[in-house]
Design a protein around this ligand. Structure first.
Ligand code: AGP
Length: 372
């Protein structure tokens, strides 16, 4: 009913709008007054966490994209090797796992069969499994050694939005907690990131207030057949997520690429007026990547692409090459996906509406996939 949707036309719109609160709720109670992390609810003994020599993240779909971003955060903050793998592929390749492996299983529903089978396989090999889950008491947390719940609240729309942002927050918290426990990350650095995380709800709010041009752009592209997405570093999984949203909601051919791969093949796809969304990293910090992506934008535009550029406010370097600009507030590199994903959700939702599709229940899909 309309009341259930809180006055929005679709659950998806309501859930997109709830993201600032979902992020704040997922941080709540996990940080003390001094800015240190308290994740005692993760009941894996610190002595066990100190012995971990490898982290493996398993998940499907959108949760897998969160896991891809987790790899960057975990390796950066803990210096532990981390691999992220599609849960559906994991157990079929005889992965190397033992008592010193920490497996993180990410799932909104907690009922995804592929993810469940992956974690069962991991536990059979002696690995410790930590679930990141949004549904209290569901199967995946019940079968795991420990769980860190995301506090997104119930997600009804098939297309995952607020659960994704909170999965990212949970992954950052786990990465920092591992760093804190193992002594690879120290108090001040953790406090800095925690403070930056606490600014994210405000950033997301600001993004949501500036989405009208994104919706207008989406409507103007409703007749297109293909949209490509490019990103680098943590912007690459964001590109994949933007493409997945468009596939499931708009039923369009959408593909995400690592921008560095363009010249190894995908650039051949560029033709006149093809919409290409580019997620640009912050010009501060990793400026090498920023320069490289700016030249990618020039390259594709010279070949006729219609460039839709998501960039940090004040990033003047992209302006001459952007046919459409979507500004996002400045965030540290690793946290940028929390703000950069939001316009892509709005874009896909509006395209679905413009194409007359059922937003909350796309064809052929189920909210949780309980078969392998
Ligand atoms: C996301 O928009 C999808 N509907 C889908 O990819 C989903 O993320 C995937 O099926 C995993 O679900 P889970 O998080 O409940 O395990």
């Amino acid at each position: 009913s309309a009341a259930e949707k809180g006055g929005y036309d679709y659950f998806m719109l309501k859930e997109i709008a709830e993201q600032p609160k979902a992020v704040a709720d997922t941080l709540l109670g996990r940080i003390d007054g001094s800015g240190a992390l308290h994740l005692d609810e993760v009941r894996i003994a610190p002595s066990v966490l100190r012995e971990v020599d490898k982290v493996v993240v398993v998940a499907c779909g959108t949760a897998y994209h969160a896991g891809m971003i987790a790899k960057y955060a975990i390796e950066h903050w803990t210096r532990l090797p981390c691999e992220t793998e599609l849960a559906s592929e994991f157990r079929y390749r005889d992965p190397i796992l033992d008592q010193r492996t920490l497996v993180i299983a990410i799932s909104q529903s907690g009922e995804t069969m592929d993810t469940l089978m992956a974690l069962r396989h991991a536990r059979e090999q002696g690995a410790k499994v930590l679930a990141i889950c949004n549904t209290n008491g569901s199967t995946i947390p019940r079968e795991s050694d420990a769980v860190l719940y995301t506090h997104a609240g119930p997600e009804v729309a098939v297309a995952s939005t607020k659960a994704f942002l909170t999965q990212l927050v949970a992954c950052y918290l786990v990465a920092l907690y591992l760093g804190q426990t193992r002594g690879t990350k120290w108090g001040d650095e953790i406090r800095t990131v925690v403070r930056q995380l606490s600014e994210v709800p405000g950033h997301v709010e600001r993004v949501l207030e500036t989405m009208e041009p994104v919706r207008a752009l989406a409507r103007s592209l409703a007749h297109k057949n293909t949209v490509l997405f490019l990103g680098r570093h943590v912007g690459y999984p964001v590109a994949l997520e933007g493409a997945l949203k468009l596939k499931e909601l708009a039923y369009m051919h959408a593909e995400g690429f690592a921008a560095g791969e363009l010249k190894h093949g995908p650039i051949a796809l560029i033709e006149d007026d093809l919409p290409v969304v580019v997620v640009v990293p912050s010009p501060r910090g990793r400026s090498v990547l920023h320069e490289k992506i700016v030249s990618n934008i020039q390259e594709i535009r010279a070949r006729g692409a219609r460039t839709i550029v998501i960039a940090e406010e004040g990033d003047e370097a992209v302006v001459p090459y952007a046919d459409h600009l979507i500004w996002i507030p400045a965030a540290p590199t690793l946290l940028q996906p929390l703000v950069a994903t939001v316009p892509l959700q709005v874009f896909a939702c509006e395209l679905a509406t413009a194409r007359g599709n059922e937003v909350d229940q796309p064809r052929n899909l189920a909210k949780s996939v309980t078969v392998e």
